[in-house]
Design a protein. Structure first.
Length: 175
């Protein structure tokens, strides 16, 4: 009976491990790298998911077809939960509304409309994003052109598009 519950809650267990390890990684190992910490903790959660599934398979008498079906559902569920969690993380980091509210909260005297407009004009936002991508080693500037520094990031972007297609049925919310 216990193993049946493990089957049902395994993706949630993986997510809890993912979040817990990301907190630890962000606090003690990679404090300034949300993306790497998420990817590492996501992989750890996935390993835990496979480990729990291997235990359940060895402890229960089920056909291989049943086991593979349940494993597939749990993997897809874990990826969907991970996608939701990464969206939650990204919201806090990239949402202009969230950043404006955070800056207003941190400002003792408040900020004028002019000060906010200066910080959040399109040119500044573009320059800040490009600088962050270069500083994080995600882009490189050569001969006046930007290039992706790592194919890994392109693979992550493709995976996100695939997840969006699977979950919301579109490549982006603008389609």
């Amino acid at each position: 009976m216990f193993q049946e519950y493990l089957h049902v809650f395994n993706p949630v267990i993986g997510l809890v491990v993912n979040v817990s390890f990301q907190i630890l990684i962000m606090r003690f190992i990679l404090p300034d790298n949300v993306v790497k910490s998420f990817l590492i903790s996501f992989a750890i959660g996935l390993v835990i998911l496979f480990t729990v599934e291997a235990y359940v398979y060895s402890a229960m008498v089920k056909s291989a077809a049943d086991y593979i079906s349940i494993l597939t559902v749990n993997i897809v569920t874990y990826f969907a939960l991970g996608y939701c969690y990464s969206s939650f993380l990204g919201f806090g980091e990239s949402s202009i509304r969230t950043r404006i509210l955070r800056e207003l909260h941190d400002s003792e005297r408040g900020l004028s409309e002019k000060e906010l407009a200066k910080r959040y004009n399109a040119k500044n936002m573009f320059e800040n994003r490009i600088k962050r991508l270069i500083d994080n080693g995600q882009l490189v500037l050569q001969n006046g052109r930007f290039y992706i520094k790592s194919n890994f990031l392109a693979a992550v972007a493709k995976a996100i598009v695939m997840l969006k297609l699977m979950i919301i049925g579109k490549r982006s919310e603008f389609d």
